[in-house]
Design a protein around this ligand. Sequence first.
Ligand code: GRF
Length: 218
Amino acid sequence: MNPKLRVAVLVSGHGSNLQALIDASASPEYPAQIALVISNVPTAYALERARAAGLPTKVIDHRAFQVREDFEQALLDGLTEHRAELVCLAGFMRILSPGFLRMFRGQILNIHPSLLPAFPGLHAPKQALIHGVKITGCTVHFVDEATDNGPILVQAAVPVLPGDTEESLAARIQVEEHRIYPMAVRWVATQLVVREDRRTRVDAKPAIFGLSLLNPGS
Ligand code: GRF
Protein backbone atom coordinates (compact mmCIF):
# COMPACT_ATOMS: atom_id res chain seq x y z
CA MET A 1 0.00 0.00 0.00
CA ASN A 2 1.25 3.52 -0.78
CA PRO A 3 2.26 5.63 2.21
CA LYS A 4 -0.40 8.15 3.19
CA LEU A 5 0.04 11.74 2.08
CA ARG A 6 1.18 13.88 5.02
CA VAL A 7 -1.13 16.87 5.39
CA ALA A 8 -0.68 19.98 7.54
CA VAL A 9 -3.90 21.85 8.33
CA LEU A 10 -3.64 25.58 9.06
CA VAL A 11 -6.44 27.04 11.14
CA SER A 12 -7.43 30.17 13.04
CA GLY A 13 -10.89 29.46 14.41
CA HIS A 14 -13.69 26.98 14.86
CA GLY A 15 -12.11 24.18 12.88
CA SER A 16 -15.17 22.41 11.53
CA ASN A 17 -13.33 21.73 8.26
CA LEU A 18 -10.40 20.40 10.24
CA GLN A 19 -12.89 18.09 11.96
CA ALA A 20 -14.16 16.87 8.60
CA LEU A 21 -10.58 16.05 7.59
CA ILE A 22 -9.93 14.35 10.94
CA ASP A 23 -13.06 12.23 10.52
CA ALA A 24 -12.19 11.28 6.95
CA SER A 25 -8.62 10.35 7.83
CA ALA A 26 -9.84 8.07 10.61
CA SER A 27 -10.79 5.61 7.91
CA PRO A 28 -7.94 3.14 7.24
CA GLU A 29 -8.41 3.37 3.49
CA TYR A 30 -8.24 7.19 3.39
CA PRO A 31 -5.04 8.06 1.48
CA ALA A 32 -4.01 11.06 3.62
CA GLN A 33 -3.10 11.57 7.25
CA ILE A 34 -2.94 14.78 9.27
CA ALA A 35 0.68 15.21 10.24
CA LEU A 36 0.32 18.59 11.95
CA VAL A 37 -2.24 21.26 12.84
CA ILE A 38 -0.93 24.83 13.04
CA SER A 39 -2.96 27.67 14.48
CA ASN A 40 -1.94 31.32 14.52
CA VAL A 41 -4.59 31.90 17.23
CA PRO A 42 -3.70 30.34 20.60
CA THR A 43 -7.36 30.13 21.70
CA ALA A 44 -8.74 28.62 18.48
CA TYR A 45 -11.27 25.86 19.15
CA ALA A 46 -9.68 24.00 16.23
CA LEU A 47 -6.70 23.27 18.48
CA GLU A 48 -8.97 21.44 20.92
CA ARG A 49 -10.33 19.34 18.10
CA ALA A 50 -6.78 18.47 17.03
CA ARG A 51 -5.69 17.58 20.56
CA ALA A 52 -8.81 15.48 21.09
CA ALA A 53 -7.84 13.53 17.98
CA GLY A 54 -4.29 13.08 19.29
CA LEU A 55 -2.72 15.13 16.50
CA PRO A 56 0.49 17.14 16.80
CA THR A 57 -0.29 20.85 17.13
CA LYS A 58 1.72 24.04 16.94
CA VAL A 59 0.65 27.53 17.90
CA ILE A 60 2.49 30.07 15.80
CA ASP A 61 1.06 33.38 16.95
CA HIS A 62 1.65 35.97 14.23
CA ARG A 63 1.62 38.72 16.89
CA ALA A 64 4.87 37.37 18.28
CA PHE A 65 6.74 38.24 15.08
CA GLN A 66 7.90 41.67 13.95
CA VAL A 67 7.84 40.83 10.25
CA ARG A 68 5.88 38.43 8.11
CA GLU A 69 9.03 36.67 6.89
CA ASP A 70 9.79 35.48 10.42
CA PHE A 71 6.22 34.25 10.94
CA GLU A 72 6.42 32.35 7.66
CA GLN A 73 9.83 30.95 8.54
CA ALA A 74 8.26 29.52 11.71
CA LEU A 75 5.47 28.00 9.59
CA LEU A 76 8.05 26.56 7.24
CA ASP A 77 10.04 25.08 10.13
CA GLY A 78 6.89 23.38 11.44
CA LEU A 79 5.99 22.02 8.02
CA THR A 80 9.52 20.73 7.47
CA GLU A 81 9.79 19.20 10.92
CA HIS A 82 6.57 17.25 10.38
CA ARG A 83 7.39 16.41 6.74
CA ALA A 84 4.17 17.92 5.40
CA GLU A 85 3.53 17.22 1.73
CA LEU A 86 0.25 19.11 1.38
CA VAL A 87 -1.01 22.18 3.24
CA CYS A 88 -4.75 22.65 3.75
CA LEU A 89 -5.90 26.11 4.73
CA ALA A 90 -9.08 25.66 6.76
CA GLY A 91 -10.29 29.00 7.99
CA PHE A 92 -6.70 30.28 8.27
CA MET A 93 -7.01 34.05 8.55
CA ARG A 94 -3.52 35.18 7.54
CA ILE A 95 -2.40 36.20 4.07
CA LEU A 96 0.66 34.25 2.96
CA SER A 97 3.33 36.04 0.95
CA PRO A 98 3.87 35.31 -2.77
CA GLY A 99 7.33 33.94 -1.96
CA PHE A 100 5.93 31.44 0.54
CA LEU A 101 3.16 30.41 -1.83
CA ARG A 102 5.57 29.94 -4.73
CA MET A 103 7.57 27.50 -2.62
CA PHE A 104 4.46 25.35 -2.22
CA ARG A 105 3.01 25.75 -5.70
CA GLY A 106 0.47 23.00 -6.26
CA GLN A 107 0.75 21.89 -2.63
CA ILE A 108 -1.59 24.30 -0.83
CA LEU A 109 -5.37 23.97 -0.88
CA ASN A 110 -7.99 26.37 0.45
CA ILE A 111 -11.71 26.15 0.98
CA HIS A 112 -13.83 29.21 0.34
CA PRO A 113 -17.57 29.65 1.04
CA SER A 114 -18.69 30.74 -2.43
CA LEU A 115 -18.71 29.51 -5.98
CA LEU A 116 -15.49 31.23 -7.03
CA PRO A 117 -14.76 33.43 -8.88
CA ALA A 118 -17.90 34.97 -7.35
CA PHE A 119 -17.48 36.60 -3.94
CA PRO A 120 -13.80 36.25 -3.07
CA GLY A 121 -12.55 37.73 0.19
CA LEU A 122 -14.34 38.05 3.49
CA HIS A 123 -18.03 37.47 4.28
CA ALA A 124 -18.84 35.52 1.13
CA PRO A 125 -22.31 34.34 2.32
CA LYS A 126 -23.22 37.94 3.16
CA GLN A 127 -22.05 39.06 -0.28
CA ALA A 128 -24.22 36.36 -1.83
CA LEU A 129 -27.26 37.66 0.07
CA ILE A 130 -26.53 41.28 -0.86
CA HIS A 131 -26.29 40.35 -4.54
CA GLY A 132 -29.48 38.31 -4.38
CA VAL A 133 -28.01 35.24 -6.04
CA LYS A 134 -30.23 32.18 -5.98
CA ILE A 135 -27.43 29.65 -5.85
CA THR A 136 -24.12 29.83 -4.04
CA GLY A 137 -21.83 27.22 -2.53
CA CYS A 138 -18.21 26.47 -1.80
CA THR A 139 -14.96 25.88 -3.64
CA VAL A 140 -11.77 23.97 -2.96
CA HIS A 141 -8.92 25.44 -4.96
CA PHE A 142 -5.16 25.43 -5.16
CA VAL A 143 -3.77 28.58 -3.63
CA ASP A 144 -1.81 31.04 -5.70
CA GLU A 145 -0.57 34.57 -5.11
CA ALA A 146 -3.96 36.28 -5.47
CA THR A 147 -6.66 35.84 -2.83
CA ASP A 148 -9.21 33.07 -3.52
CA ASN A 149 -7.96 32.78 -7.05
CA GLY A 150 -6.07 29.55 -7.82
CA PRO A 151 -7.15 26.61 -9.99
CA ILE A 152 -10.39 25.02 -8.86
CA LEU A 153 -10.57 21.36 -7.82
CA VAL A 154 -14.17 20.97 -6.81
CA GLN A 155 -17.27 23.01 -6.06
CA ALA A 156 -20.63 22.29 -4.47
CA ALA A 157 -23.76 24.39 -4.89
CA VAL A 158 -26.50 25.18 -2.39
CA PRO A 159 -29.72 27.17 -2.85
CA VAL A 160 -30.20 30.57 -1.28
CA LEU A 161 -33.63 30.32 0.33
CA PRO A 162 -36.15 33.05 1.07
CA GLY A 163 -35.60 34.32 4.60
CA ASP A 164 -31.97 33.19 4.73
CA THR A 165 -29.68 35.05 7.09
CA GLU A 166 -25.93 35.15 6.76
CA GLU A 167 -25.80 32.49 9.48
CA SER A 168 -28.37 30.13 7.96
CA LEU A 169 -26.76 30.38 4.55
CA ALA A 170 -23.25 29.89 5.94
CA ALA A 171 -24.44 26.81 7.83
CA ARG A 172 -25.93 25.31 4.65
CA ILE A 173 -22.69 25.98 2.80
CA GLN A 174 -20.62 24.40 5.57
CA VAL A 175 -22.44 21.09 5.23
CA GLU A 176 -21.09 20.96 1.68
CA GLU A 177 -17.64 22.19 2.72
CA HIS A 178 -17.32 19.24 5.04
CA ARG A 179 -18.19 16.92 2.17
CA ILE A 180 -15.95 18.33 -0.55
CA TYR A 181 -12.75 19.19 1.37
CA PRO A 182 -11.97 15.58 2.34
CA MET A 183 -12.92 14.59 -1.21
CA ALA A 184 -10.46 17.10 -2.72
CA VAL A 185 -7.66 15.95 -0.41
CA ARG A 186 -8.35 12.37 -1.43
CA TRP A 187 -8.09 13.34 -5.08
CA VAL A 188 -4.75 15.08 -4.53
CA ALA A 189 -3.44 12.20 -2.41
CA THR A 190 -4.29 9.68 -5.11
CA GLN A 191 -3.04 12.05 -7.82
CA LEU A 192 -6.43 12.00 -9.42
CA VAL A 193 -6.23 15.75 -9.70
CA VAL A 194 -3.07 17.65 -10.44
CA ARG A 195 -2.48 21.33 -10.78
CA GLU A 196 -1.84 22.59 -14.26
CA ASP A 197 -1.30 26.18 -15.20
CA ARG A 198 -4.62 27.96 -14.70
CA ARG A 199 -6.74 24.87 -14.30
CA THR A 200 -6.71 21.53 -12.64
CA ARG A 201 -6.48 18.34 -14.62
CA VAL A 202 -8.60 15.40 -13.66
CA ASP A 203 -6.97 12.08 -14.48
CA ALA A 204 -9.69 9.62 -15.18
CA LYS A 205 -9.41 6.51 -13.06
CA PRO A 206 -12.43 4.42 -13.95
CA ALA A 207 -11.70 2.01 -11.10
CA ILE A 208 -12.46 4.78 -8.64
CA PHE A 209 -15.32 6.52 -10.33
CA GLY A 210 -16.80 3.71 -12.35
CA LEU A 211 -16.92 5.93 -15.39
CA SER A 212 -14.59 7.88 -17.60
CA LEU A 213 -14.31 11.51 -16.65
CA LEU A 214 -13.96 14.12 -19.30
CA ASN A 215 -10.80 16.14 -19.01
CA PRO A 216 -12.00 19.64 -18.09
CA GLY A 217 -8.53 21.04 -18.74
CA SER A 218 -8.64 20.29 -22.45
C1 GRF B 1 -15.15 28.18 6.22
O1 GRF B 1 -16.38 28.74 5.93
C2 GRF B 1 -14.22 28.27 5.05
O2 GRF B 1 -14.88 28.22 3.84
C3 GRF B 1 -13.57 29.61 5.24
O3 GRF B 1 -13.42 29.75 6.62
C4 GRF B 1 -14.42 28.99 7.28
C5 GRF B 1 -13.73 28.12 8.29
O4 GRF B 1 -14.64 27.43 9.10
N1 GRF B 1 -12.31 29.67 4.54
P1 GRF B 1 -14.12 26.33 10.10
O5 GRF B 1 -13.08 27.00 11.00
O6 GRF B 1 -13.51 25.22 9.31
O7 GRF B 1 -15.32 25.90 10.87
